[in-house]
Design a protein. Structure first.
Length: 295
């Protein structure tokens, strides 16, 4: 259930900055598998990752599982908790991992403004032959430059990463990529960002403290009724429903993929005690946390 983190997951492999702030790395999956190093899976990742994966696997995004087969392009961001099932040894492909700081010198805006890295996005693309060739070429160029002595190699690498991103967006255009201009949309967007910023959680991260519409309204310096109207207008759901849905999603992921006990999960998610968490979880799923963990 809990698995291991394979070597390509570790930010400690990053290069391109000083020893205190590693920023980037790229490698083939085969060479990392050969190293044999493993890491815990369900931990807070503070880096972005793009993976070209050849083979069969099941990736678990929070409480959702996605089976992949053949050639697949996947994008991961720091606020998306994920892990995966058993990985076979006959897989292959590429990975690149990088931090926000790696793009600060050249990218206008934030990486989280890119639809592939926005909250709720689970960009998984099954590739056809033509796309496979393009993606493989981009990764080959990235790795070749990374291993070169060219003084401007990281400038080139940034352009190749953007090439991967834009090719993926061409494969499946995202809706609503342009920012809305009405007040309700802006308020809902900021509410969503505040909500997502608290996740994923683990034993080392701060507790989830914004748990009610009133908490969010105070942080946004608006009346709670105004927040509720804006959120319902934009999403069709109440503010409380969205908060509860996110807490349940995170709880399910932690129960399935972490070694934290139920009391630790209760505390991390901001509940007063385990009993309150159990009541909340049972009301919304129809089973206790311990029963869900055994499913």
């Amino acid at each position: 259930m809990n698995g291991v983190m394979h070597p390509w997951e570790s930010p400690h492999f990053m290069v391109g900055g000083d020893h205190q702030s590693p920023r980037f790395n790229a490698f083939t999956i085969e060479e990392r598998l050969a190293s044999g190093i493993t890491y815990p899976t369900f931990v807070r990742r503070d880096f972005y990752k793009i993976m070209f994966f050849h083979g069969d696997a099941v990736f678990h995004f929070g409480d959702e599982s996605i089976a992949i087969s053949g050639d697949t392009l996947l994008f991961f961001h720091p606020r998306l908790p994920y892990t995966y099932g058993e990985i076979k040894t006959d897989i292959s492909g590429y990975c690149c991992v990088f931090t926000e700081a790696f793009f600060q010198e050249s990218f206008r805006g934030k990486l989280d403004d890119i639809p592939l890295f926005q909250p709720g996005a689970k960009p998984v693309f099954s590739l056809e032959a033509e796309a496979i060739k393009e993606i493989t070429t981009s990764f080959d160029k990235i790795i070749r430059e990374l291993r070169s002595e060219y003084v401007f190699k990281f400038e080139l690498i940034r352009s190749y990463i953007m090439e991967l991103i834009y090719n993926a967006m061409k494969l499946a255009p995202f809706k609503n990529t342009l920012p809305e201009t009405n007040a309700a949309a802006r308020i809902t967007a900021v509410f969503s960002e505040l909500l997502e910023r608290q996740f994923p959680v683990d034993v080392f991260s701060p507790r989830v403290l914004l748990r009610t519409p009133k908490d969010f309204a105070e942080r946004l310096a608006i009346h709670v009724n105004y927040l509720n109207r804006a959120v319902r207008k934009e999403t069709g759901k109440t503010t409380s429903e969205l908060i509860f849905d996110r807490l349940i999603s995170e709880a399910k992921g932690m129960l399935r993929h972490s070694n934290m006990n139920i009391a630790e999960i209760s505390y991390a998610l901001g509940f007063e005690d385990q009993a309150h968490f159990t009541t909340f979880f049972r009301k919304r799923t129809g089973m206790s946390p311990s029963a869900f963990r055994q499913v």
